[in-house]
Write a protein that binds this ligand. Structure first.
Ligand SMILES: [Zn+2]
Length: 253
């Protein structure tokens, strides 16, 4: 079955890879949208976009949580799945990568920004909500470590917020539209490490399939799209992608 997926990758003209939290958890980063870990000490209901806008106290808590998450992410390393997807790009076998993950590990693995659509944003940057000035997360981290509780924009005084999509915050329009466009145009769509439940994860494979793509699902657990997929591989992302790329390199040295 993994060999068949490799054949499809070699034959396809426009392969879109879509990844979810399962790929990050294999690098030791917990799934922030599932219960457990950090959410035993932080209530997800509290960390909505609406609360962030509403009070200074909520913003202070948001940045406390953000610092914990960022420390975890900064220490994490890409796993075999990240490396395999970066290898696909180097071999010219990747139209684009759509990721729900905010950890930037695809870039550590070697993917380039032109190929990656981050539909839930990224922890690697901080944005001013007023003038949209972009700061590096490391720069803001230094300010927080020096004692700032709620950082403000040095240009306009506006609120700064990590460039991630918070609970209740609208999805980024450009990235979301691009994700749908590329999915519809793909002839091979590979979902890795997502149970395909939240929007737009549940819709992208359907859009790809409706427009004629061969649909592959690689996930440890059943997903909402298994019934429409051409191939379903039940297993961890890293080992599966490593083996697939071994076959790909045999076929296309
Ligand atoms: Zn600003």
């Amino acid at each position: 079955m993994l060999r068949q997926i490799a054949e499809k990758i070699v034959q396809a003209q426009r392969t879109v890879v879509f990844v979810g939290a399962g790929v990050s958890t294999e690098s030791g980063i917990p799934d922030f949208r599932s219960p457990g870990g950090i959410w035993t000490r932080f209530d997800p209901e509290e960390f909505t976009y609406q609360n962030f806008l509403a009070s200074e106290r909520a913003r202070e808590r948001y940045w406390q949580l953000g610092r914990e998450i960022y420390a975890l992410i900064k220490a994490a390393q890409p796993n075999a799945a990240h490396l395999a997807i970066a290898e696909m790009e180097r071999m010219g076998l990747l139209d684009c990568l759509i990721t729900q993950n905010i950890d930037g590990l695809h870039f550590k693995a070697g993917n380039t920004p032109e190929k990656v659509i981050e539909i839930h944003g990224t922890v690697m940057y901080v944005l001013c909500l007023t003038c949209r000035k972009r700061y590096s997360r490391d720069e803001i981290e230094l300010r927080l470590a020096a004692g700032e509780k709620v950082p403000r924009c040095d240009e306009c005084g506006g609120l700064l917020k990590p460039a991630t999509v918070a609970f209740g915050q609208p999805m980024p329009e450009r990235e979301t539209a691009e994700a749908f466009r590329r999915s519809a145009a793909s002839d091979l769509f590979i979902c890795i490490g997502s149970s395909l439940v939240v929007h737009p994860a549940a819709q992208l494979p359907v859009v790809a399939k409706d427009n004629g793509a061969f649909l592959v699902i690689i996930n440890r657990d059943p997903t909402t799209c298994d019934s429409i997929a051409d191939v379903v591989h039940r297993g961890l992302a890293g080992p599966a992608m490593e083996e697939i790329m071994r076959y790909v390199k045999e076929m296309k040295p």
